[in-house]
Design a protein. Structure first.
Length: 74
């Protein structure tokens, strides 16, 4: 309502909601080269797909959790 001029809109992150999936953590192990990272094996529920290996910085991630995953893509 102030009439403020917008010169540009910049978007960051995943370009489409199609890249978001819900996965189940199968295992979460300490990263061999980093104290604060974990290597997680995550079932993304994709047909015929193998579990994804995801490096995670969350200290509370563990096997059996359901997690949101933003898959890479254009």
């Amino acid at each position: 309502m102030t009439g403020t001029k917008v010169e540009a809109i910049h978007s960051h992150g995943v370009p489409s909601p199609d890249h978001f999936v819900v996965g189940r953590v199968l295992s979460a192990e300490q990263h061999p080269d980093a104290d604060r990272l974990k290597l997680c094996s995550v079932d993304l529920g994709l047909e015929g797909g193998e579990p994804a290996c995801i490096v995670c910085g969350a200290p509370n991630v563990g096997a059996g959790q359901t997690v949101a995953v933003a898959r890479p893509g254009p």
